[in-house]
Design a protein around this ligand. Structure first.
Ligand code: 5AD
Ligand code: SF4
Length: 460
């Protein structure tokens, strides 16, 4: 199996896991290729959180099964869906050769050696101390600090796919971080289903592990320029985290605090373990310590039993917090979750209509928040070329996406300063400036429209 390709669906955890498996494959001498057509082995990293990503996996596996019969392609499936009975049925149907659950990714070596179907679904502790090498040619990296989840939100399949929470040792986290820094990483995003409960696994404090607040400080002491983290569960949010954020200069003023709903009745049915009031208290605590905090959230609309009044409370909570960004989803009833078993699903039209109204609300707020940055100078981490020629793209400390024209001394990825000139709900547009706030000379751009005018095609 000389050439492999990993296709990734799902969240940042899955991106991190794909990178983990890729680095394993490379260490076994496998070449990673860019397209499925070039590959002898295609591994699909799957997400099971909603019906849509599952459908996408099915469609891709259908195509891969054809290639398997036509040219002997070896097909693998890893990640969340692989761990579920639903995923295993799909794997059987599409004749998947290699199946690896989120806790058995390090079995990839054994899978390569096996000359027959290999299914690995056992959670292996070794994954927690496994150091993942730095991603190549990047300035930002993910760093997993824990796996699994101890909550039981009634809509969520993750506790079944990723198992109970296991925190990673600070030694292993900091060793991986050192390697990232050596490789030139300037921004690290700490990953976990619920980073606030780092060090407290299945309700018990793990001896020798620091709190999340203390971990933030230790990561801050490493010299990394920017620290972000995701995701925080409002139930486990404690003030010491806000204090550590404020006192650790590298930690960005950005907090992703999924609320899911603004209605206490719905929150109770979701088993979120906090109320609207408690959530808003956390927001106030964070604002007290970080007056410039940027808030992002996740919201599910149309959860079973959600009434128009419940939904209006979500809209009003959105106004109370004033989020910069939100990931919004129509509830998807997932087989195997408590809400699927016990509650009735709302009609699709109701969900679609509410989602559209929420998206409108989000656009209004994102526009308002982005517009307030016009004229400001902000630190931007540019990751490389934007879609338009001559422009670079990246994001601010508050996670706002930004586009700037390339300038003298700033024509590629890097950490720069930019003055914001224009904003839309989804993007900031700026110009690169020096330490005195003076605009750097822009590099000339190739403009297809004027190029055509300057050199008309010869007339036949
Ligand atoms: N339906 C819709 N959205 C869901 N999420 C989790 N489970 C479901 C579901 N069954 C959303 C939540 C979570 C995000 C990662 O996905 O908002 O925070
Ligand atoms: Fe990530 Fe959840 Fe999807 Fe798994 S099911 S990939 S944890 S979003």
């Amino acid at each position: 199996m000389a050439k492999a390709k990993i296709v990734t669906y799902g969240c940042q955890m899955n991106e991190y896991d794909s990178h983990l498996v890729e680095s394993q494959l490379v260490s076994f001498g496998v070449d990673m290729v860019d397209s499925i057509d070039e590959a002898d082995f295609v591994l699909v990293n799957t997400c099971a959180i909603r019906g849509k990503p599952v459908e996408k996996v099915r469609t891709l596996l259908g195509t891969l099964r054809k290639a398997k019969h036509e040219r002997g392609l070896v097909v693998g499936m890893m990640g969340c869906l692989a761990q579920l009975e639903e995923g295993q049925q799909i794997a059987r149907k599409f004749e998947v050769d290699v199946l690896l659950g989120p806790g058995s990714l390090l079995d990839i070596g054994k899978a390569l050696e096996a000359n027959e179907r290999f299914w690995g679904l056992q959670f292996k502790d070794e994954i927690n101390d496994h150091i993942v090498p730095p991603p190549k040619g990047k300035l930002g990296a993910h760093l997993t600090i824990m796996r699994g989840c101890d909550h039981h939100c009634t809509y969520c399949i993750v506790p079944q796919t990723r198992g109970p929470q296991v925190s990673r040792s600070p030694d292993s986290i900091l060793r991986e971080l050192d390697q990232l820094l050596e490789a030139g990483i300037v921004e690290v995003t700490l990953l976990g289903q619920n980073v606030n409960s780092y060090g407290i696994d299945q309700g018990r404090r793990v001896p020798g592990l620091p709190s999340f607040a203390e971990l933030l400080r230790r990561v801050g002491a490493s010299g990394v320029k920017r620290i972000k983290f995701t995701t925080s569960h409002p139930m486990n949010f404690t003030e010491d985290v806000a204090v550590a954020m404020a006192e650790t200069p590298a930690v960005c003023d950005f907090i992703h605090l999924p609320v899911q709903s603004g209605s206490n009745r719905v929150l109770r049915r979701m088993a979120r373990e906090y109320t609207r009031e408690k959530y808003l208290e956390h927001v106030e605590t964070i604002k007290k310590h970080l007056p410039n905090a940027v808030f992002a959230t996740d919201i599910i609309v149309g959860f079973s039993g959600e009434t128009e009044e419940d939904f209006e409370q979500t809209l009003s909570l959105y106004d109370e917090v004033g989020y910069d960004a939100a990931y919004m989803f129509a509830y998807s009833a997932r087989p195997g979750t408590p809400s699927y078993k016990h509650f009735e699903d709302l009609p699709r039209e109701v969900k679609v209509e509410r989602l559209a109204r929420l998206v409108e609300k989000q656009k209004e707020w994102s526009m308002r928040k982005n517009a307030a940055h016009v004229g400001k100078v902000m630190e931007v981490l540019l990751r490389g070329d934007a879609h338009s020629d001559g422009f670079l793209e990246g994001h601010t400390r508050g996670n706002h996406p930004i586009v700037v024209p390339k300038a003298l001394g700033a024509s590629g990825a890097g950490l720069y300063r930019a003055r914001i000139e224009h904003a839309t709900p989804h993007m900031l547009y700026g110009k690169l400036v020096n330490a005195h706030g003076e605009v750097l000379p822009e590099l000339p751009r190739f403009d297809p429209a004027s190029a055509e005018l300057a050199s008309p095609l010869p007339m036949a």
